[in-house]
Design a protein around this ligand. Structure first.
Ligand SMILES: [Zn+2]
Length: 344
């Protein structure tokens, strides 16, 4: 009897063990204001609505520091289920004025990626170093978004001199950040406009940076730490319903090393996605090229291919694919960013 009791107790304990989350979704904002460009802006009222939405739907806003550390193997940090990290690119002054009071009110940690020249040159509408120190003193993280917010891979030729200039650019910004904000500034980098290529990504990885891009999706231990996705949450992406769907999603288990370079001369680029564990994924894929639905082609149990159905213009594009999980009410999410440059 005792043995059976112990056995069933064991089974009970097993079934109620709460597993630490193995993925995190990161949001990226730019402006929080009423008078800035619509595509990269959310109003203060809209931003409050997002924070409330997260709270009402049991999401936990975690610091990106904890998220990165936990996913990279720091076992002293346990990520809660439904973990979300909040980031802001560019360090606009309206983040200090409009977003910071709300983030404090909701006790939501956050990260700001700052380009350092505009701050050094006291650009209007950008935070000052003092304002960035304010955020940092409260517990926010301020880190690297390059020196000058250049389009890093829209140069010609992309030779060794170019690569060295880009690495110098990022290292200069890192030096300025640590000079002004201290040694706690993490070695993280957000690509301006989310644009990169394999060469730059590898060089920054060799310099010890964790880098963030702007295609959609969550991150997990086997993500590409040289170009981590983040979900845009402003402009047309601010809609609460679609935001919740994204926040509930998990990264599709994909072999990252088999993915193509973001920078491509092809006008009809194509990606073949190798799934590392398709067991919880439904067979039905919902894929989009930018905002147009496209048929994905299965090439076996664990491989599918998506091709642009017609020529894409020069510039940035995205493929997004989702698949309904078998085990719960959420989607697996995959995104492939492209920078089409036909003159390559
Ligand atoms: Zn930016």
């Amino acid at each position: 009897m005792t043995k059976r009791l112990i056995l069933s107790l064991g089974a009970l304990l097993l079934s109620i063990t709460v597993h630490a989350a193995d993925s995190v979704n990161i949001l990226v904002y730019h402006h929080v204001a009423n008078d800035t460009p619509a595509s990269t802006t959310i109003s203060p009222a809209g931003f409050r609505e997002h924070l409330q939405l997260l709270r009402d739907n049991d999401f936990t806003v975690v610091s990106l520091t904890d998220a990165v550390a936990a996913l990279r193997g720091d076992t002293s940090i346990e990520l809660p289920e439904k973990a979300v990290a909040i980031t802001f690119d560019d360090a606009y002054e309206n983040i200090h004025t409009n977003a910071f009071p709300l983030l404090r009110e909701f006790e939501a940690p956050f990260t700001v990626f700052a380009a350092t020249d505009p701050i050094d040159q006291n650009f209007q509408n950008m935070m000052s170093w003092d304002q960035l120190r304010d955020l940092q003193d409260w517990g926010a993280t301020v880190t690297n978004h390059s020196r000058d917010h250049d389009y890093m891979v829209r140069h010609s030729p992309l030779d060794d001199a170019w690569l060295q200039a880009m690495v110098d650019n990022v290292n200069h910004a890192q030096q300025r950040l640590t000079d002004e904000l201290g040694a706690d500034v993490p070695r993280w980098f957000a690509y301006p406009y989310g644009e990169y290529n394999e060469t730059l990504k590898q060089a920054l990885r060799d310099e010890g940076y964790v880098a963030f891009a702007q295609h959609s999706g969550g991150i997990r231990a086997d993500s590409d730490w040289g170009a981590l996705p983040r979900f845009a949450a402003a402009g047309v992406y601010a809609n609460p319903e679609t935001l919740i769907t994204k926040l509930n999603s998990r990264p599709m288990p994909v072999n990252q090393t088999a993915l193509p370079d973001m920078l491509t001369p092809e006008t009809r680029p194509s990606v073949t996605v190798e799934l590392t564990d398709p067991s919880d994924m439904g067979q039905a894929l919902n894929c989009f090229v930018d905002s147009s639905w496209v048929d994905a082609e299965w090439l076996g149990e664990a491989r599918f291919k998506v091709t642009a159905p017609e020529a894409l213009s020069d510039g940035r594009h995205r493929f997004n694919c989702t698949s309904q999980a078998r085990s719960g009410a959420f989607f697996y999410w995959f995104s492939q960013p492209w920078l089409v440059q036909t003159d390559r």
